[in-house]
Design a protein around this ligand. Structure first.
Ligand code: AMP
Ligand code: MG
Length: 391
């Protein structure tokens, strides 16, 4: 049995890159950028007033000043500010030549004869300098970055109407188990509903990939083989849940071998999800995920998602937060790295939620994240720092 770290290393090193495509700015959110974007201009393009007020010379602040004009946003100033003068200016407007200070309307007094006086105390010049936010030709978004809504504003600002992003990885989903019926059916006798497939498809979508569902395979080698072959033909990655442990009807690893896939590992020292199985073929990867829904969920988050990100060229690591544990924690056996669901208290501590084990998917609906309990650690004291991953 290998460690989680070793399994993670094998999985990430086995990733392969997929193609790229050009998408419009309004379709780019959530996509992985593969060609860096540069700015075509300075931002702001000119010295810009940050307030509504009067633009003048700093050294004239103590004098009565003649108002030359009103400069609104969207109009270039027509007059140069010279000694003894100022221009009324609105937020976002270009500061006139000659002016190096803008005092706020709130700090001014209008006088007769088209004059104004500064009544405040000198401080910030209230001018955003040309190019202080972004310089022309500066790289504003790097390759390997997942485009967020705020990045869309940056792209729009620099006129990047199209961006080159990674294609979405194509991911096939198969469930296995004679006990499973689809969620729209009422289970009878020894049946249960298939919850993994819907969950995985939702996780795939959240990861920016395209999921496709192939159905429930019976616990028979032929049934698994038929669905797996089709899913492999049509996708980059296949996720097959259930049937990877060592029970009499856990036939999935045998099918992996019979299809000539290279099996890298079939057991990892982690909880939930010990029987996680990972295989590759020519530009294909298959994860055999344990059937219990919490295992499937967690394994996707900690293994599959990083793998999909790497396929798309994403260079950023998902952050692990360090938080104090809200209560004492203990476990009897510590030979596996484990993840336990938690909430965050108002004081910012990670608090384990009631959790009955890897079948208890409902525990995750009330959870904010999962706490990592390192291998070898059976006891953690309240207040000690733990790693938390948002789910
Ligand atoms: P397995 O990994 O096939 O031994 O399954 C482990 C447990 O997970 C069993 O209790 C299964 O009934 C359950 N299980 C397997 N597949 C699914 C699924 N698609 N949806 C919900 N539960 C499942
Ligand atoms: Mg099964």
């Amino acid at each position: 049995m290998i460690t989680f770290e070793e399994a993670f290393r094998i999985v990430t090193e086995s990733s392969f890159r997929i193609g790229k495509e050009v998408v419009r700015l309004d379709e780019a959110a959530g996509r992985a950028l593969v060609v860096a974007v540069r700015s075509d201009m300075d931002m702001p393009p000119w010295n810009k007033s940050a307030v509504d007020g009067y633009a003048c010379r700093h050294e004239d602040l103590g004098h009565e000043l003649t108002v030359l004009e009103t400069v609104a946003a969207g109009v270039m100033p027509s007059a140069e500010v010279v000694p003894g003068t100022c221009s009324r200016i609105m937020t976002g407007a270009a500061v006139p030549a000659g002016a190096d200070y803008v005092f706020m309307l709130e700090d001014s007094e209008e006088l007769t004869g088209g004059k104004v006086r500064f009544t405040g105390r000198p401080g910030n010049d209230n001018i955003a300098k040309a190019g202080e936010d972004i310089m022309k030709d500066q790289t504003v978004l790097r390759s390997g970055h997942i485009i967020k809504p705020q990045d869309i504003a940056v792209l729009a600002s620099v006129g990047a109407m199209e961006v080159t992003v990674s294609c979405r990885p194509k991911v096939g989903v198969i469930s296995t188990g004679n006990e499973l019926v689809e969620p729209d059916r009422v289970p009878a006798g020894a049946q249960i509903r298939n919850s993994n497939s819907s969950q995985l498809l939702a996780q795939i979508a959240r990861a920016g990939a395209t999921g496709r569902y192939y159905g429930i395979a019976r616990d028979e080698a032929d049934s698994i083989t038929t669905l797996l072959k089709k899913a492999l033909e049509e996708n980059d990655v296949v996720l097959i849940s259930g049937g990877v442990s060592f029970g009499d009807f856990d036939l999935v690893p045998g099918v992996f071998r019979s299809l000539g896939l290279k099996m890298h590992f079939d057991q990892v020292a982690m909880q939930p999800g010990k029987p996680l199985t990972f295989c590759t073929g020519e530009k294909k990867a298959v994860f055999g995920l344990p059937g219990n829904p919490v295992s499937t969920f967690v394994q996707f988050e900690v293994m599959v998602r990083p793998f999909l990100n790497r396929m798309s060229g994403v260079s950023e690591q998902e952050p692990l937060l360090q938080m104090p544990l809200a209560t004492d924690y203990s476990r009897k056996r510590a030979e596996r790295l484990s993840w336990i669901p938690c909430t965050i208290t108002p004081a910012g501590e990670a608090k384990p939620v009631e959790y009955h084990g890897s079948a208890h998917i409902y525990a995750l609906t009330g959870a904010w994240g999962v706490i990592t309990i390192p291998r070898g650690q059976s006891w953690i004291q309240k207040g000690e720092m733990v790693s938390v991953r948002q789910v």
